[in-house]
Design a protein around this ligand. Structure first.
Ligand SMILES: [Zn+2]
Length: 226
């Protein structure tokens, strides 16, 4: 029996997932078999990384296909143990084409403080990431983490921290989700370094208002704070 999806599309998405995984691994965002990556194959199906493999050394023909609605495993080896988090995002946000979960070190360090991530610190982060929710800690690999993630998600969320765990970034492509992960990691590094310096100049309300105007009028990007 043939596969219930176009093999050419599966091949090209799988190749892209391997390329993104290698870039994450080279940047030290995933030790051991940490992290998972997925992208939409069509409205009903996603391609997702298998469980227990290094993101630095994946083969495209080992990528899994699962159904968004009920999580049914359609193709490939056993899918990532965090698949429920990915599925929760795709169910809530029909505009999202790709999701990446990682334990990028600076972001994960901040996620382990239990503190909210400060905003109004750096203009690029405001433009490209916006408000970054911190999902309260729940045991990984359980339906509870997916539930908590869905609850924290808004129509504007681009990136999230999972409390005492790691990151989730969303994109309209795999490249977009990776760019947001890199931005989130750079932003957390900046915020941590500012703590070392002991002083942060927050953008003023007027500066934030001007910046959000640019974000809406020039960039056409969504933001909860308009
Ligand atoms: Zn994880």
């Amino acid at each position: 029996m043939g596969l219930p999806f176009p093999i050419d599309l599966y091949d090209s998405i799988s190749n892209e997932i391997c390329r993104v995984g290698a870039r994450m691994w080279r940047q030290g965002f995933c030790a051991g078999s940490d992290g998972n990556i997925s992208a939409r194959l069509d409205d009903d199906l996603i391609v997702i990384t298998p469980s227990g493999v290094s993101k630095g050394d994946m083969r495209p023909d080992t990528m899994c296909v699962i159904r968004v609605d009920d999580g049914e495993h359609i193709h490939g080896p056993s899918p990532s143990s965090e698949r429920a988090v990915h599925l929760a995002v795709y169910r809530e946000r029909h505009d999202v084409e790709a999701v990446i979960h990682s334990h990028a070190p600076k972001s994960t360090a901040w996620a382990c403080t239990g503190l909210p991530l400060p905003d109004a610190v750096h203009p690029e982060a405001e433009l490209l990431l916006g408000r970054i929710p911190v999902v309260p800690y729940v045991t990984p690999g359980t339906g509870l983490l997916a539930e908590a993630t869905a609850k924290a998600l808004t129509p504007c969320t681009a990136a999230m921290l999972l409390g005492s765990h790691g990151t989730v970034t969303l994109g309209d492509s795999l490249e977009g989700a990776l760019a947001r992960l890199e931005m989130l990691e750079a932003y957390c590094r900046l915020v941590i370094e500012l703590r070392v310096l002991g002083q942060t100049r927050r953008l003023t309300d007027a500066e934030m208002t001007d910046l959000l105007k640019v974000k809406r009028d020039m960039w056409g990007l969504p933001d909860d704070r308009y």
